[in-house]
Design a protein around this ligand. Structure first.
Ligand code: NAD
Length: 484
């Protein structure tokens, strides 16, 4: 077998120790790797480069398309950017795969049967980082969910389930409230699920779904989640399986994949041969399956399970009741290497036979774009006059409407306050004023939208932003006011 080129960053803090241990284990198990080492993180940040990334890194990753990354330290303050976020977004590593399996009774957990994988959408949602302060009182963060972004991570989750012999893919959203954004993720999930009749599918509203997962994680198999819910719930899943320190993750895209531990650089433990290399090793095992060396993945995974069940533990998981020997990073790696070729007896051994591990990113089928029509505009105002009485605002602003684009509604924090608002409703200084928005009415022009804004301005109001109201194939592309 010819060696597969990979890019490796030894990282900061405990990074170099756990990366050396992990690579030694993989190589002793027969991994054929051609390692290109790159420097990213603290050294690069402190040399004055706020991205923390040396330009040579991008050349390497474009060549190898595989990045094995030890934890990095992000210095506090100083405008330093997260390398994880930059790498994920620049290379479009859209699927974050995080297995969370219990190792009871050897690692303490309340959920001994847990064996699930969280697949988190990695690029969109509230993490686009588009935020604005719009008025004195109100701040905004845009939640962006796209059809291709949703479709590729959801397809990936079903492909992953199939490739790894898993039976069910569960989706969580909050589409009873966020009908358009989370609604899209749910809709695409239903469409894709229909193409995989061999895999069971189910959807839960995220609040009750998360409660069920934390209570009975053994009832879940693969979960596919929008970015924010996935971020939160993948940590919950890792922690209730036993320890965040034992979990690895893969970040997969069309152009490259990145493998890592989910924990940080634990600077206080650095250089003392104390750290547990298991999380990074789990990332390495996923990498071996990804690059087609599944035999190595299986050998290392089973030897690691055997080491854990024999009670050879680093300090972080050591417990007098089950542990036999407290070891350092190097000795833990030695113990795994001694057990290569062995399988666990109490814990269930893993088999990678016939499994693709982390499948390559799925490409999307082509689809025709929907027909878009313009039907109105939401004009957002900063307004604090007349005791913030919505009826006064409605009366004054009605004069700014056109025959084709009359003022139809005013909301405050999403709740309809005009016409016919409730006197008890608290109003901030941030108002959404809708002109038009009749789905069945005639299409309006961009010029009419601009004319409305001009009239709003001429009546002395301060516009902070506008949103066009479109229909797509006749369906409204905008939410109605709550209480409407
Ligand atoms: P951390 O994960 O480094 O440490 C949290 C706790 O877990 C500490 O008590 C630490 O000693 C322990 N711990 C973590 N990994 C361990 C291991 N392998 N073995 C034994 N004990 C372990 O989180 P933190 O202290 O919040 O962050 C430290 C630094 O790591 C920060 O600069 C942060 O920005 C960075 N960080 C990097 C990544 C990454 O590179 N993916 C992720 C998270 C944090």
């Amino acid at each position: 077998m010819s060696a597969i080129p990979i890019t490796v960053a030894y990282g900061d803090g405990i990074g170099p120790e756990i990366m050396s241990a992990s690579i030694r284990i993989l190589q002793e198990a027969g991994a054929e790797l051609d390692i290109e080492e790159v420097t990213v993180g603290e050294k690069v940040y402190l040399s004055g480069n706020t991205s923390g990334i040396d330009p040579a890194f991008w050349d390497s990753i474009r060549r190898t398309r595989v990045f094995y990354k030890a934890p990095l330290t992000t210095p506090q303050g100083g405008g330093y950017k997260s390398i994880n976020v930059t790498t994920r977004k620049t290379l479009s590593l859209y699927a974050n795969v995080r297995p969370a399996r219990a190792l009871a009774p050897f690692v303490e957990t309340k959920h001994p049967e847990q064996d699930l994988v969280v697949i988190r959408e990695n690029e969109e949602d509230l993490y686009a980082g588009i935020e604005h302060r719009q008025t004195d009182e109100v701040f905004q963060c845009l939640k962006l969910i796209s059809r291709p972004g949703s479709e590729r991570v959801i397809r990936y989750a079903f492909e992953y389930a199939r490739a790894n012999g898993r039976k069910k893919v569960t989706c969580f959203t909050k589409d009873n409230i966020m009908k358009l954004t989370d609604g899209l993720f749910h809709k695409v999930y239903d469409e894709v699920a229909a193409e995989y009749p061999d895999i069971e599918s189910e959807h839960w509203i995220v609040d009750i779904g998360a409660a069920k997962m934390a209570d009975k994680p053994e009832n879940f198999d693969v979960l596919v989640l929008p970015n924010l819910y996935g971020d939160v719930l993948s940590d919950v899943a890792a922690q209730i399986a036993g320890s965040v320190g034992m979990a690895g993750s893969a970040n997969v895209g069309e152009h490259a994949a990145m493998f890592e531990a989910i924990h940080g650089s634990a600077p206080r433990r650095a250089g003392q041969n104390l750290a547990n290399p298991s999380g990074l090793l789990q990332g390495g095992i996923m990498m071996m399956a990804h690059i087609g060396q599944s035999d190595v993945a299986e050998r290392v995974h089973n030897a690691w399970l055997k080491t854990i069940e024999e009670g050879i533990h680093t300090y972080d998981i050591f417990r007098d009741s089950v542990s036999k020997q407290k070891v350092g990073t190097k000795e833990f790696a030695d113990a795994i290497i001694e057990r290569l070729g062995k399988r666990p007896e109490t814990l269930e051994p893993v088999s990678y036979e016939g499994r693709a591990g982390i499948p390559d990113a799925a490409s999307l089928p082509a689809r025709a774009p929907a027909k878009r029509e313009l039907h109105g505009v939401d004009v957002f105002l900063d307004w604090t006059e007349d005791n913030r009485d919505p009826n006064v605002l409605g009366e004054k602003l009605s004069a700014a409407g056109l025959d084709e684009l009359p003022l139809t509604m005013i909301t405050n924090r999403g709740l309809k306050v005009w016409p016919k608002g409730a006197p008890e409703t608290f109003c901030t200084d941030h108002w959404r004023c809708r002109f038009g928005g009749y789905v069945d009415g005639p299409e309006v022009s961009q010029q009419q939208i601009i004319d409305v804004q001009q009239k709003v301005h001429d009546h002395g109001f301060h516009i902070i932003k506008t949103e066009q109201l479109y229909t797509f194939d006749g369906e409204p592309g905008f939410s109605l006011g709550q209480g409407q």
